[in-house]
Design a protein around this ligand. Sequence first.
Ligand SMILES: [Zn+2]
Length: 495
Amino acid sequence: MAETGNTMEKIVALAKRRGFIYPGSEIYGGLANTYDYGPVGTELLRNIKNLWWKYFVQKRPDMVGLDGSIISHHKIWEASGHVAGFADAMVDCKVCKARMRGDHLVEDYLEAHADELKDYTDKTKVFEKPLTKEVVDAYLSTGKVEGLSNEHYDAIIKQHTIPCPTCGANPKKDNNWTKVRKFNQLFPVQLGIVEGDEGKGYLRGETAQLIFTNFKNVLSSNRVKLPFGIAQQGKAFRNEITPGNSIFRTIEFDQAEIEYFFDPEETDWEPLYDEWKKRMNDFVTKELGIKEENLRWRLHTDEERSFYSKKTEDLEYNFPFGVKELWGLAYRTNYDLTQHIKYSNKDLSVVDPQTGKKIVPHVIEPAVGVNRLMLMVLCDAYTEEENRTVLKIDPKLAPYKVAVFPLLANKEELVKKAKGLFEDLTNDFMVIFDARGNIGKRYLAQDEIGTPWCVTVDFETLEDEAVTVRDRDTMKQERVKIAELKEYFAKKLVQ
Ligand SMILES: [Zn+2]
């Protein structure tokens, strides 16, 4: 455990040192659960987004894109259920003012009593009312105790004298906890000068709702027919109190969501669902190059799944801080469109031009946070070798494909030649130029940001028009003619 905690700290340190991820608002003391992406992280995030778009939109005849507004009408979120239901159970410590989630407090308590839970019986100390068998069973199968009532959390915290993890205050001795209450995660925004609900909007809590509200627009302005999907990437906002592991859980994040619309009488949902499952898996393993053994699928239990969903699964990844949700796949029936029909009084159904049949299509929804994909890529690629740390990122994803060095920074003819080569390569690839320090140090810096190839211009180059190319993973060097360099890299990038 100490070992894995250490790995995460090292990855976070590298991410900051090399310009992937910075803590948000750092010079003003930081702002919890926010992060900024540095020059190298920006490239990686963009590469993941572009690869996702290419795989799920560009290469498919049955998919179109959308870019909805971040600020949106309050009614969208009333219809979607977010205003009423998108809430966490919060509790405050009156002694140290720490705010935390009631469910997490109970989960941490159960984790600390894992030994007693192994073969628990009615006699086990932790297995007492109000920590009922149902709650313990749900915890053992999902690691979660979500969805209980405020009163139920209050009772568990009191009965089991769960202390404050921040200051150690004890509910029996210090009466430190406030009552558990629901805290809505949507960010309201007040628009213009209009008071009250008329001027009220929300930062979107997910990108998906904009797909539903634009469904009719897309249908009438594009030559699409069922089954087809609408894809969207963009920011979503959730007022999360719980600190995440680096960018795993943040209040502002990049989503990549698809709603795949179909007529359940024409298309069987089960094979369609399995097809999406396979696509998601293939994208992660083949496009992002993630190791298969670090992935697993987990089916949501009946209690966990939304009442309108027929099936929901999470693709999970084995992060250094535990196996966690990466990508959700849900068959949501036609719940969302039906809700928007009800709240907007607009007809959002599809009419078959041949038969005249009118339906409200069902959807299958694959939804992922791109930042979480990025954290997975960093964790999966992080490799410590004897004399170096290397990010073995798939070359397609690498922030820079090539680094160009002049052997010596003080030899004008070498610098000039290397700069010329850099400029030429930038027409085709993301390239970085480095003339600082010695070659060994430059290699180490490029290894830490996952640059697959380093090119050195030396004195021989001036004679033979060839350069030394060094491979990140094998550290082998070979001589390549400058004229053949672009093709050399292009070939390797499609492998
Ligand atoms: Zn406290």
